[in-house]
Design a protein around this ligand. Structure first.
Ligand SMILES: C[S@@+](CC[C@H](N)C(=O)[O-])C[C@H]1O[C@@H](n2cnc3c(N)ncnc32)[C@H](O)[C@@H]1O
Length: 275
């Protein structure tokens, strides 16, 4: 168990799908097809795959034309991987790998043309990104491999109607985002810019596009869950007064129908240069 439930991942998937930058997804699909011999197998390795939301996003974007992709889903959570197999084992070329991502040498990167991830890289450390980028750069001597990383939280959240505690709660939430999530101190909101810098420095071409969640009354279940998640994350923050926080929670839940919420993310694509 990773702490990411199937229910939570299902709840956020619609908003994630709307938020994903179509342009980068299209560019990533184009990269996968470039220089591919007809009928040849193209390997994609999805890190922190959960139940397979990135596979679904690529499949939806390509209609029925995804037969040549061979997906390797990597996650440390056996239940999420079992769910991915249940949903896609019959329809896709799929292998699951129950692994801890921090062991980069153990990742099934042999022959990969694209590494993908969604809602993952804000959990990881600077060291993890550097080690992964160096490993990709090394592998590019044999076979060019790119990275598509969607939905990296960027530290911005805005609400309507406004509440006086919004800014303090956001600051506390962003502090919690930098807590160690198993990779060392997490980059949290800095993940997107850090990845951009590291991959640029290794000579990759990096494309970055904003991909915010834009939520309204139709997303009230997700907004409710988001409010609860934020409240849990900031509950112990000494800068927040407990009674004021309760007031904020009540106010936010009262307006999850009728109000709006926007949560900033960036999607990033890093491709070996010259490709
Ligand atoms: C926010 S979820 C995103 C899941 C999926 N990509 C999606 O967008 O629905 C993060 C995923 O990363 C996985 N994860 C977190 N830390 C991990 C680690 N050290 N090794 C392997 N998987 C990890 C979790 O189990 C979870 O499935």
């Amino acid at each position: 168990m990773s702490g990411f439930s199937i229910d939570w991942l299902d709840l956020r998937e619609g908003a994630d799908r709307r938020a994903r930058a179509d342009k980068l997804l299209e560019q990533a699909r184009h990269w996968l097809q470039s220089d591919a011999a007809p009928q040849s197998e193209i390997n994609v390795v999805d890190l922190g795959a959960g139940t397979g939301s990135t596979l679904r996003a690529f499949s939806a974007a390509s209609g029925s034309n995804h037969d040549s992709l061979s997906w390797h889903l990597v996650d440390q959570d056996a239940q999420l991987l079992a769910q991915a197999r249940l949903r896609h084992g019959d329809s896709h070329q799929l292998q699951t790998h129950e692994l801890d991502l921090t062991d980069i040498a153990a990742l099934p990167l042999e022959g990969a043309k694209l590494i993908t991830a969604s809602a993952l890289f804000d959990l990881v450390s600077a060291d993890f990104i550097e080690r992964l980028a160096v490993e990709m750069d090394r592998r590019c001597q044999q076979q060019a491999v790119g990275l598509y990383s969607a939905l990296n939280y960027d530290g911005t959240t805005s609400w309507t109607p406004a509440h006086p505690l919004d800014e303090d709660v956001l600051k506390a939430f962003n502090r919690d985002q930098q807590r160690d999530k198993g990779f060392g101190a997490a980059l949290g909101p800095d993940a997107g810019t850090y990845m951009e810098r590291v991959f640029n420095s290794l000579g990759f071409s990096v494309y970055s596009v904003s991909s915010p969640w834009v939520l309204d009354s139709d997303d009230s279940k997700l907004v409710d869950a988001l409010i609860s998640g934020i409240a849990d994350a900031v509950a112990q923050d000494p800068a927040l007064n407990a009674a004021s926080l309760q007031d904020w929670i009540q106010f936010r839940k009262l307006h999850s129908l009728g109000g709006t919420c926007s949560v900033g993310h960036t999607d990033l694509l890093a491709l070996p240069q010259g490709d």
